[in-house]
Each structure stands twice: as C-alpha cells, then as structure tokens.
Design a protein around this ligand. Sequence first.
Ligand code: COA
Length: 327
Amino acid sequence: MKKTHVGFLGLGAGLPPKVLTNFDLEKIVDTSDEWIRTRTGIRERRIAEPGVAASDLGVEAAREALQKSGLKPTELDLIIVATVTPDMSFPSTGCMVQKKIGATCPAFDLSAACSGFVFALSVAEAYIQSGFYKYILVVGSEITSSFVNWKDRSTCVLFGDGAGAAIVGPTLEGHQILATHIGSDGNYSDILKVPAGGSALPVNEKNIAEGLQFLKMEGAEVFKLAVRTMEEAIHRVCELAHIRTEQIDCLIPHQANLRILNAVAERVKIPNEKVFVNVDRYGNMSAASTVVALYEADKFRMIKKGQNVILVAFGGGLTWGSCAIRW
Ligand code: COA
C-alpha cells in the first residue's frame, strides 16, 4: 500500500502583546539583564494579561493556521492541544478551542511538558497515516506565567507565554514528515515539576503555604539531560528518516536556553547558522516553543521547499521527541 504523505498545511501563532524584559525583571527579583543574557540568551518574554487562558492564545494560533490552510473549522477531524497549563483540569483545553473556533470534531489535551507539540505531532501523523483522520489541528499553548514563582529568580526569568498551531494533513509528494520519534523516562520526574494541583497534592492552604503550586527545577541536572537527550533524539530521527546529520538544513530545537542549543549543535556538528533561535525574544514557552519556532522559521524564510528540517524537544517527565521534515 502506498504511504500517505503527511505534512503541514498551515501554521499560526498566538503571542501576547505584553513584553517583559530582563530590565523589568531586575525590578521584581535580585537578577540582572547581564546574568540572564549570558546564562540563558533570553532578553525578553511575552506575558499574558490576567484572564487570558491557554485556549485563548491557542485559538489565535489556530485561526491563523486554519486561514493559511484554506480549511474551515468544520472540516477538521481532530484537535489535539499540547499543554501543561490547561484552562482548568477539565474540561480539556481542546474542548475550549473546539468551541471557540466553531469546530465539531473530537478534541483532547496531551501532556508531555515542553515536548508536547512533538508528541502531539507524532499522534497526528499516525492518525493520518492510518487513514483514520485527514485534517488535524495540533496546538501547543502555555500560560507558563501561571505556574512561575515570581519570587524565585532561578526559574522565573526562564519562561514566557505563547501558542502555536499547525494544521497537519495529507500532502503531495515533496513536502512531508519523514519520521517522528518520542521518548520518556519517569525516573527523572522529580527534576522538573509543578508538585501541587493534581491528585497527589491537591491545592490546599498547606500546599500553597509551601509554594508547591509553583514550578520546581534542578537547573544544572535538567541542562545536562536536555543536551544529552536532544542529541540522541536528533540521531534517532535522522536514522529513521534515512538522512545524515550533515544533510540537516535547519535544526529547530525547543527554546529553553541558548547555551543548551549551542551545546546540542556542537555535539551533532551542526553549525550555529543552521540552528533556529528565538529564545532571546520569547524565553521557554514549553509546549508552544517548537511550534512557534517552526512558524517563525517558515515566516522568515529560514526554511525552504525541499530542505531537511529537524524539530527536537525536551521537557519534564522526562520527555523528548524529534521530527524530521522534508519542507
Ligand atoms: N539572576 C542572578 N543570579 C541567579 C539567577 C538569576 N536569575 N538565578 C540563579 N542565580 C544564581 C544562583 O543563586 C546561583 O548562585 P550561587 O552560586 O551563589 O549559589 C548561581 O546563580 C547559579 O549559577 P550557575 O550554576 O552558573 O547557573 P547555571 O549556569 O547552571 O544556569 C540555569 C542556571 C537555570 C540558567 C541553567 O542551569 C539552565 O538553563 N538549566 C536548564 C533549565 C531548563 O532548560 N529548563 C526547562 C527545560 S524544558
């Protein structure tokens, strides 16, 4: 049986207009623009206004992606929203997006932290490949400012809010997803997490008093594992796609820290010019990072038809994932 080609029919982004610079952060916590820039590469990030939920940014991104694809919301077969900052525990943010854009298809959320978009993409690709669904809206949307402790300088400077969306569907030969790869290791679940707010530690006065509703991170450990797992994920997806790392035209990594991106590029021997970077403007937007980076790489013409593009992500869980695309 001939394999269906699956690719991107439209991309969109939803970025809050409010910019929080490193200089703004200097007024909130004991930090400096110099420290943040040299340790992370981040200069500024976007922050959603109170009352703006993950579904709102996701809807903005979804509308742009739909418009670019030429599809109507009612033509969608499935909506997957990758997020760890859902509007609420349930109903899913997927259902909120479905309602707000006027779609009628099934919708669900997927939780894989910063690797969420790549995980959701692999699910979408499999559904389309199998012939079960044709057009799938994949959204990565996060209001990370909702779990950031603005008194903790070691984490609050790293994150930002945003959303990206992709319409994934059958494509003609030429542009297609060549391979996807995902992985998890729950043994490292403690190094990056939001402890309270789920069934293990419900939100109550005691847990709030201990600040357990905020993100906790062992930064140095996360850094090392991010570099190692992203390197491995790039090699694995290249193997699956039958391309050599020298044939990568553009590497689009999860945007957590410029030093992580540089270290990965060095290990895989990809020149920095081939690595897409926007962490300087948005910080780490968790599940939205890779899709917004893909959106901008396309918009700024950094990726061209026929090129080999690799998406690679890493996040809490641990989770990691990669996707090889012939653009
Ligand atoms: N401003 C100023 N100083 C800060 C600071 C800030 N915003 N945040 C931490 N520091 C201080 C610490 O208190 C510590 O001080 P001490 O040495 O006196 O105890 C020192 O800086 C730590 O410095 P260093 O060890 O050099 O930090 P680092 O180079 O490891 O960078 C991170 C810290 C968090 C930027 C880095 O570990 C990192 O990016 N980790 C990965 C995070 C990540 O990607 N998470 C998401 C994955 S999806």
